[in-house]
Design a protein around this ligand. Sequence first.
Ligand SMILES: [Zn+2]
Length: 362
Amino acid sequence: MSASRLRTVDAPRPADLPSTPTAFLAGLGRPTLLRIPGRDRSRVRVVTTLLHGNEPSGLRALHAWLRSDPAPAVDVIAIIAAVETALHGDGFVHRALPGRRDLNRCFFGPADDPEGSLAAAILEALRAAAPEAVIDIHNNTGHNPAYAVGPHAGERELALCAHFGDRFVHSTLRLGALVEATIGFAPSATIEVGRAGDPAADRTALAGLESYVAADDPTAAPEGDRTMQVYQDPRRVSLRPGFSLAFADAPVEGADLTIRADVERHNFVTVAAGEPIGWVRADVERPLEVRCADGRDHTDDSFAISEGRLALRRGGVPIMVTTNADVARSDCLFYLVQPVAMETSKRRPEDADSSQDPASQI
Ligand SMILES: [Zn+2]
């Protein structure tokens, strides 16, 4: 019943595909599962994308790849999910349809609305396919290098993500995301390829996709000894309801909390304890809330306010930083993570540079 909204298209012919991703999307019209036959028909791997309507890199990568007359190593199932959301308004504007649930928060139900029903249909199709791996391609709103997020940081997941980048955020936050639900039957990860609209993010998505579908075993360690930096213990930093927020280079009059406008430059860059990241209005207390994966409140041991300046109590690495006030209000400002110590002998020289300038890695 719920699967009726998810249309299946078998072996689309490259010559039949519109020449632009937007025309391709309009032609799909609704959530679509594409099956692309591979050389080995006995195995299948999955790529999902466009769970958020304003994150086009995965769709663009899939469109370019499908038009290249692909011959993947094994059968590929590609799911293009929030098609109506992406088509709404001027196109690629809305993360979710106005007034409706975020599709990538619906994978643990309930299934009694269109988003929950679509999530259930996607899961049902993927479980039936028994894939050897699942990747879900997203964009993010800030400047950052490509990185993966997943609920399990095993060797196979890290190898899977190495097709796209060299950073992995191990998150046990239970948000209702697709990969939290698929991890039970296949190595799975969310891939954040970079900022929506950035051609570099589109290139990362396409290069990663081509590598992923061409590999004999996508969960085997790639050649070249690529080292993944793993981050752990994500703490979600959000604005408390009722407080006002601004992004600026100095305290904004009337704003309860002003976050430094250049905060997104700290994406994946360590921020030292005591380094100011914003300003809090004089009579305002605790405008932020910090919670870890199990829901415990870490606000007071994460942040200190001194003479109106907001700073971290201990060093940490902000990721998924947004300077979009709407996203910050409706979702969160950023996550704070801690890098897992790496074996220094395996670290490559360029890693030292990339920690200074993550944008150079996109
Ligand atoms: Zn997304």
